[in-house]
Design a protein around this ligand. Sequence first.
Ligand code: PMP
Length: 397
Amino acid sequence: MFEHLHALPADPILNLMVQYRQDNNPLKVDLGVGVYKDEQGHTAIMQAVTAAETHLLATETTKTYIGPAGAEGFNYHISRLLLGNEHSALKDKRITVAQTPGGCGALRMAAEFLAKCAPDTTVWVSDPTWANHIPLLKGARLNVTEYPYYDGATKAIRFDAMCSTLESANAGDVVLLHGCCHNPCGADLSTDQWDIIAELLVRKGLIPFVDIAYQGLGDGLDEDAYGVRLLADKAPEMLIASSCSKNFGLYRERTGSVMIIAPNQQQAAVTASNLFSIIRSHYSMPPAHGAAIVETILSNTELTKSWGDELAVMRNRILQLRHQLANDIAATGCTQDFSFIPQQKGMFSFLGINKDQVGRLRDEYSIYMVDSSRINIAGLSSHNLNYVAQSLSNVLK
Ligand code: PMP
């Protein structure tokens, strides 16, 4: 039976990682894979995470099963971190929360839930969107189509085109939005634009589905949650996938959450039973460790402060790197304008160069990025900024 399978092409990002590792050039720079790095190029464990792990090791008394929803304490704290303590969806008990294996687990369980409620529904995703969104949605057999989002020529959001396309969607269609720090383009909706989108979705009966994987890495923990909180306030039904991979640095611990908002408490109970049954039939229950770390941090004032402070350092470093990159490129005399980079948010931006130029940066200068020219801003540092700016300028001559 297995003979009928064909080998699939290697994932471009994983391929890039292999090429980077094999490159002997001491000046090599990795701007490919999307993990936060510090000035030394290291993806360090956050101090609050280490403190929480030490505490857990000393106090944990059992490894018994926790159930499909995961840890109640984690679900309590993560939903408040996302929506704020006083959010009406929480007060009205309209929300079902489940701890998931990362943001991917959350996205997939939300997709399976949609496939169960409305198998023929269409999910609208931004053009472009994070590469794994489409396989995660299509894996649940959903129809996926795109709305215009980023204009590579103007480096801005195609907001009018986005709105007019969504005006043509059918009631009951689902609209996937990036909560903040859009991956891959870094261009986020302004608060005014969120207001307009929220009005449009509610008026047309479209279901918001917000993926928020970078809360705290754009403008701040509350600022980055503007859109998700607004929609949770206005829309009767909504799905949210959140990830602790980046903002807690818990990547391999697979920590995230799926939240589903129902119109009322009775409907929420039905939602919960269906969501938990879907989870049970996929992976039964999520891994405990990462969520226990997050719960330990968010239930302790001191650790919450330490974590928030370290997250602010990460956020500010990214912002500073964005400014420095644009300035350093301009200082080389490059005539192409990169002033859009400091205006964008989070870990990613497109340089907006073509595939040949991406190839030249890789082959001649050992600077690695995906073919779309998306770069991980956090891969820059004072050690390589000048080199990257000069190399880019050379390639653009
Ligand atoms: N959504 C987006 C937009 C992402 O960029 C990521 C991580 N790259 C995720 C979700 C999920 O990440 P994870 O499963 O590692 O938590």
